[in-house]
Design a protein around this ligand. Structure first.
Ligand SMILES: Cc1cc2nc3c(=O)[nH]c(=O)nc-3n(C[C@H](O)[C@H](O)[C@H](O)COP(=O)(O)OP(=O)(O)OC[C@H]3O[C@@H](n4cnc5c(N)ncnc54)[C@H](O)[C@@H]3O)c2cc1C
Length: 402
């Protein structure tokens, strides 16, 4: 009988070499070294308590990995999206989770692309150094769902302030963030020329807002993701914190969503590699009926299929990332990358549990935790059906269903 103790350590002995790792080899190696300081027991303890990985986030911040996308003039590394993708992929491949801090990497893009010179100067250096945490991205509402144009959180102009009222749901890391990018209506949907007009982006200072019109309530979920519900009651936000033009916020948010989808797809690639690594090692060493289970094609083929799916998805992530870096339209590619990668990671998760039999369910193997974590990505930041709908109607010219 294989003991649980046998599972500790060793599982990273014979890792598969992946082609995609030819990009940013030094960054990948450095991220792996950092992640090795945060092994399974660290994440399991946090998972049980649904606690925030403060030390892990601090280590990533101090190493500069969360500011790779910020231009050098503001204190970041000035690298392209591919570098951010490599960081997040390696975090996930190592069994860690970037969900606690990935937003620090890309949410600042709204300020970088649409903020005024004064706003960039005021916020980006602090975000680059980690002194300012911009981790919260407030879009989803309980009654709007994926149809973002139905949001009703409203910011009314009153002198030098906006006065915000409404609710947001599933806003992750709001308790661990100094700033939040908030999408709200400044014109009611029925009064706007188009449903997507009349929404604006405000930068909310969470340190001032909490208890002064903003209430943050944690929502416990099946994974440790620090997500929350927000209630706004006459929260005053300085008008100087408006990003870009009033009423144009939806466009600004959409720009940032492509980066988010590509980076989260990279996390899924990392998860898929984690599962393939684990399953390959286990299938080689676990003996049943007097031979390694990996000798059976019924065990081999799902692992090989997971590898094929992950590799194909990884190419799609690279393609979307290259288009993004070149400043080309990449909405379809970012969506397809996210869909392909999240399906590859989920197939890998299921395969890994199956390969491990009963041991796949034991907390000590970290597989059941990663299984729960990777399931999120077929729903958030956008669900699979909505991506399929985009491809059907925007690429294949099929009739619109909504
Ligand atoms: C853990 C977690 C963290 C999150 N973090 C954040 C965050 O930080 N900030 C933020 O703003 N949001 C966040 N979200 C919200 C997330 O982006 C949404 O849950 C997601 O976009 C889906 O929206 P919804 O839950 O409202 O689903 P709904 O829009 O209610 O959809 C429910 C189901 O119906 C399907 N569906 C809906 N309409 C159609 C249609 N026309 N055709 C076919 N299928 C359809 C969807 O695909 C989905 O499967 C988070 C969610 C979770 C669970």
């Amino acid at each position: 009988m294989r003991s649980l103790a046998h599972a500790r350590g060793g599982a990273r002995d014979a890792l598969v070499a992946y082609d995609s790792e030819q990009t940013f080899p030094e960054i990948r190696e450095a991220v792996r070294r950092l992640c090795a300081r945060f092994p399974g027991p660290y994440w399991r303890a946090l998972d049980r308590e649904r606690a925030y990985p403060t030390e892990f986030v601090r280590a990533l911040t101090e190493a500069g990995f969360l500011s790779v996308l910020i231009p050098e003039e503001y204190g970041g590394s000035g690298l392209g999206l591919g570098a951010g993708a490599a960081v997040l992929e390696e975090i996930h491949r190592s069994g860690c989770n970037g969900g606690a801090c990935h937003a620090q990497m890309y949410t600042m893009g709204v300020i970088l692309r649409h903020g005024s010179p004064a706003q960039k100067q005021a916020y980006l250096p602090g975000i680059a150094s980690g002194d300012l945490r911009l981790q919260a991205f407030g879009v989803t509402e309980p009654d709007a769902g994926t149809d973002t144009t139905r949001i009703t959180t409203f910011a009314r102009r009153d002198g030098d302030d906006y006065v915000v009222n409404g609710r947001k749901l599933w806003i992750s890391r709001a308790e661990h963030s100094d700033l939040m990018v908030l999408l709200c209506r400044t014109t009611k949907r029925e009064d706007a020329a188009k449903p997507s007009d009349g929404m604006s982006v405000l930068l909310v200072d969470m340190r001032q807002a909490k208890g002064n019109g903003l209430t943050v309530t944690p929502v416990r979920t099946m994974l440790n993701h620090a997500t929350t519900e927000l209630a706004f009651e006459d929260l005053r936000v300085p008008a100087a914190n408006l990003i870009g033009e009033e009423g144009k916020g939806f466009k600004y948010i959409l720009d940032g969503m492509n980066a988010e989808r590509i980076l989260i797809a990279a996390e899924c690639i990392g998860d898929a590699k984690f599962f393939i690594d684990k399953a390959s090692v286990y299938a080689r060493e676990r003996e049943v009926f007097g031979r390694p289970i990996g000798e059976n094609q019924g065990v081999q083929f799902p692992i090989a299929r997971a590898y094929v799916q992950m590799t194909a998805a990884s190419l799609m992530v690279d393609q979307a990332s290259a288009l993004f870096e070149a400043g080309q339209p990449c909405g379809t590619e970012a969506n397809m990358a996210k869909l392909a990668a999240s399906e590859a990671s989920w197939f890998g998760a299921d395969m890994c549990i199956q390969t491990h039999g009963g041991f796949g369910f034991a907390e000590e193997y970290d597989i059941e935790r990663k299984f729960r974590e990777t399931r999120l990505y077929q729903v958030a930041p956008i669900s699979t059906n909505l991506i399929l709908s985009h491809v059907a109607t925007h690429v294949l010219d099929l009739p619109k269903s909504f």
